[in-house]
Design a binder for this molecule. Structure first.
Ligand code: DAH
Length: 367
């Protein structure tokens, strides 16, 4: 090797050194960024494969002067061996971590993240209104009583002065059971049961489920809730009745509610009234919920018929009283703007949507 050959040899050595260092840096980067064994394999063949930087260097050997081939090949192969070993070690480490996770079942997850949100639910709208009315009336000294949903003809009709010819006794309105028992069609049977048990003076409310054999639509269900009220004392008058009714409605709606009083016939009261409130859903303009009248029957009421007092064992000469049968389901619909009674028992917990939206544009109502 003469002087110029020697110089060339040194230059080649320095260049090769630089190239190999660059290649090993690339390899280290690929190892550090690989997340899976497959990624490591791909990275390794990118560096050491025929088309990779190491492969290309090895391909140059044939073009070198004879005396340079040996040391050049030795340097490249030494670098390649080191890189192959580094990839193999990284693969082994990843595989071991995977095995450990599978064996111990320990997941790598962030335990400081909040857990999934559990929906907490809330009371049913009818229950919410029921509790509210119970609270309002308990402030006036009314106590809450119950009664059976499966009733006798006596308490549901007879003791309430409902004659055999009354339409309420019709097969179409009542679910009759065996032996002339029935599913109570209203909460009014609780009146006579309470009079029998507690006597006069008396202030009770009886909320509960009632049943009607009816075709269902937006404002009629076969199962709904009422709240019966009864106040019996000396000198109870219609003025007391109206005062209590107004108090209930203004408290429930937190505002003055427009009401109208019209005569109503119920065999167990005399005189009897229908107390209607202006429809809260359409504001009195008319919609399916109020049967397009703008008014909703919400509080039928009246002065207790002397016959009913007698059935309950109370002397009508000494005592008078008023009664009301509030439509709790209707009240909840008015308060929360629920347009269709059927969603209340549907079990669908999504926010209430207008029925025409649920059915696509199948039902389009014009108001
Ligand atoms: N029980 C009646 C019904 O379901 C409603 C009713 C009307 C109850 C007048 C009363 C009352 O207490 O006084 O249709």
């Amino acid at each position: 090797m003469d002087a110029s050959q020697r110089r060339g040899w040194f230059c080649m050595q320095a260049q090769l050194q630089q190239d190999l260092e660059q290649i090993s840096r690339e390899a280290a980067q690929l190892i550090a960024s690989a997340r899976t064994v497959d990624e490591l394999r791909a990275g390794e063949s990118r560096i050491t494969g025929k088309e990779g930087p190491l492969g290309k260097l090895l391909g140059q050997i044939g073009k070198l002067p004879k005396e340079e081939r040996g040391p050049f090949g030795a340097a490249v192969n030494a670098a390649k061996k080191k890189i192959v070993e580094q990839f193999a070690a990284a693969r082994a480490a990843l595989e071991q971590a995977g095995d450990q996770q599978a064996a111990t079942g320990v997941q790598t997850f962030d335990s400081t993240l909040p857990g999934p949100v559990v929906p907490r639910g809330s009371v049913h709208p009818v229950t919410a209104v029921q509790w509210e009315v119970e609270e309002i009336l308990s402030r006036l000294g009314f106590v809450v009583v119950g009664g059976p949903e499966m009733e006798t003809e006596y308490y549901n009709f007879e003791a309430l002065n409902i004659p055999a010819m009354h339409p309420a006794r019709d097969m179409q309105d009542t679910f009759w059971l065996a032996n002339n028992w029935l599913l109570r069609t209203h909460t009014s049977p609780c009146q006579v049961r309470a009079m029998e048990r507690l006597g006069a003076p008396l202030r009770i409310i009886a909320p509960g489920r009632v049943f009607r054999y009816e075709t269902e639509d937006a404002s009629h269900g076969n199962t709904f809730h009422q709240l019966e009220g009864l106040m019996i004392d000396r000198n109870i008058s219609i003025a007391n009745l109206i005062a209590v009714m107004k108090l209930i409605l203004s408290e429930v709606f937190h505002r003055e509610v427009k009401v109208r009083l019209r005569p109503g016939y119920f065999p167990f009261v005399e005189p009897g009234f229908e107390l209607d409130m202006q429809c809260n859903i359409c504001g009195g303009v008319g919609c399916p919920t109020c049967k397009r009248s703008g008014w909703v029957e919400i509080l039928p009421c009246g002065m207790v018929h002397p016959n009913v007092l007698r059935f309950g064992g109370i002397d009508p000469q000494a005592y008078t009283g008023f009664a009301f049968g509030m439509g709790l389901t209707r009240l909840a619909m008015m308060k929360y703007g629920i347009r269709d009674i059927r969603v209340l028992n549907s079990g669908d917990l999504r926010p209430i949507v207008r029925p025409e939206k649920r059915l696509g544009a199948a039902i389009v109502e014009k108001e």
